[in-house]
Design a protein around this ligand. Structure first.
Ligand code: BG6
Length: 498
């Protein structure tokens, strides 16, 4: 199977990046845009109008971007630098958008009519004023070329605010103009889940409660919250990564087969899966959710301070820096299959993986031989050491019959000697080419909040359990899964360590 090669837009494009000096623009967005420029995949002519509060001249802005993208080739950089423009001003003020509009109109005069992509990458508190300003200044559509809006998560802080945000968005933009970014959906390895499941019929047959005991997701980060204290303390691990990234990833793994490769069909399947997540309201929450907060510890041999010791974090903060959950799905295919999720900052290692544990069939020929507790497990390692691993039993060579657990691995780096396309690069390119496959729609976002609202309500009522930085989280995370007679699968360092 092959897809057409990546397309380059033939009409001019202006990308308005609001929040251009923010953490995300610095770490991901600007680098991704520059990569697309290097690969000649940006529209031509291309203009980037950055906005932030800092009073930078155009030359200072160019120098700022250069420092971030660290170009390796002068010619490529010079042509990119020419496309950079900057407007200083508070994005909450309408006057800032009037200035952006004036600059854009001035630049337009020198060019033919083109397309417009607004990219909101600011603190979430600014989303509503920005949308209103776009509308007030008549920047939400254009008589000349298309206008799209790219908007970063978090989409709201709970169901009510997400609904309000969606309402405001829909008053200014039609749904097909809106591209909500969840960069986990843009990860190459997450996309491979779809290919793995639906291109290999034999696995699809096994994908149900008939054969699967449970699913578990581990998203552990050794990184702390330095530099993002204000955002993180108001957000917490549940809102930061579970409501969006991890639930979307679970949806890709467990959704019903889409009717076609068409973006609408794929989005519909993901959304339907999220809609069928079992609500937690009325449940004994301690059986389903545990929170953690890191204390001082050691990461990679270095002592690191506890969460509450960070400047900018209130001494009595209850914010969870880690969370473990047990979820379920109300569908004939998945009834009775628990989904365990754990994530957190300052955990033992950087890993993102999803494991499917198959049921162990009783009374088999080998039941009498002690071969250990682990039945077959299929692991999708999304990062690092990307690959897919199936753990199998084999007979250990020798006179007797002794079983050994061995991995059967597909490792990207062994098979493909090429770099992955970075998620942001992929998503910005897809959005500019009007491919919405990897962008969640408003329904799927509201479905996730329905579950997460109950989790957050519980979070407000309990204290997080402390865990030392560098561990796998608090004891309570272990108990959450052990109460069901299961255990967390410790991500193996050996997976695809090629
Ligand atoms: C972001 C979260 O959305 O995703 C961060 O806000 C998290 O807290 C990050 O670290 C993880 O993404 P990646 O691609 O670096 O694994």
């Amino acid at each position: 199977m092959s897809t057409p090669p990546l397309k380059k837009l033939t009409e001019p494009l202006t990308l308005f990046l609001i929040g251009v000096t923010g953490d995300l623009a610095k770490k991901k967005i600007l680098k991704a845009i520059y990569k697309l420029h290097e690969k000649q995949l940006l529209a031509s002519p291309f203009t980037l109008i950055g906005n932030a509060r800092s009073p930078l001249s155009r030359e200072e802005f160019q120098a700022y971007v250069k420092e971030i993208v660290r170009p390796s080739d002068d010619g490529t950089w010079t042509s990119f630098a020419k496309s950079l423009q900057y407007v200083a001003g508070n994005a909450a003020d309408e006057a800032t958008f009037a200035k952006i509009k004036a600059l854009h109109q001035k630049l337009q005069k020198q060019r033919t009519c083109g397309n417009h992509m607004w990219y909101i990458a600011t603190l979430p508190q600014l989303y509503l004023p920005i949308i209103q300003n776009l509308k007030q200044c008549q920047l939400h559509n254009s008589s000349c070329g298309w206008t799209k809006l790219l908007i970063e998560k978090p989409f709201g802080t709970d169901l009510a605010s997400a609904q309000k945000l969606n309402q405001e968005l829909s008053e200014a933009f039609s749904e097909d103009q809106i591209y909500r970014i969840d960069h986990f959906l843009g990860k190459e390895t997450v996309q491979n889940l779809v290919a793995f499941r639906f291109a290999n019929g034999m696995f699809e047959e096994l994908w149900s409660n008939k054969h699967i005991d449970h699913v578990q997701v581990t998203h552990s980060e050794s990184l702390g919250v330095a530099g993002r204290e204000q955002f993180y303390d108001a957000t917490g691990a549940t809102r930061d990564v579970v409501q969006n990234h991890l639930l979307q990833m679970i949806a890709v793994c467990l959704m019903e087969e889409p009717a076609s490769l068409n973006p609408d069909d794929i989005r519909k399947s993901r959304s339907a899966l999220l809609k069928s997540l079992t609500g937690l309201s009325g449940k004994n929450m301690a059986d389903h959710v545990r929170f953690g907060q890191f204390t001082a510890g050691v990461i990679d041999g270095q002592k690191v301070p506890g969460y509450l010791e960070h400047e900018g974090i209130p001494a009595e903060s209850n914010t969870e820096t880690a969370v473990a959950l047990k979820l379920g799905i109300d569908s004939p295919r998945w009834a009775g299959v628990p989904i365990y999720v754990r994530t957190g900052k300052r955990l033992a290692r950087d890993v993102l993986e999803l494991s499917v544990q198959f049921k162990d069939k009783p009374n088999r020929m080998f039941s009498s031989i002690k071969y250990g507790p682990d039945p077959n497990i299929l692991t999708f390692r999304f990062q690092p050491n990307e690959g897919i691993v199936l753990r199998l039993f084999v007979k250990k060579p020798g006179h007797g019959i002794e079983l050994d657990m061995v991995p059967m691995e597909f490792c990207y780096r062994n098979t493909y000697q090429m770099d992955f396309i970075e998620a942001y690069e992929r998503l910005i390119h897809d959005a500019s080419n009007s491919d919405a496959t990897l962008f969640p729609g408003h329904e799927s976002i509201e479905s996730s909040w329905r579950i997460i609202d109950d989790v957050l309500d519980y979070q407000r009522r309990v204290k997080p359990d402390p865990y030392p930085a560098g561990s796998w989280g608090p004891e309570s995370f272990t108990k959450l899964i052990e109460q069901d007679g299961r255990e967390w699968i410790e991500p193996s360092i050996d997976v695809c360590s090629v």
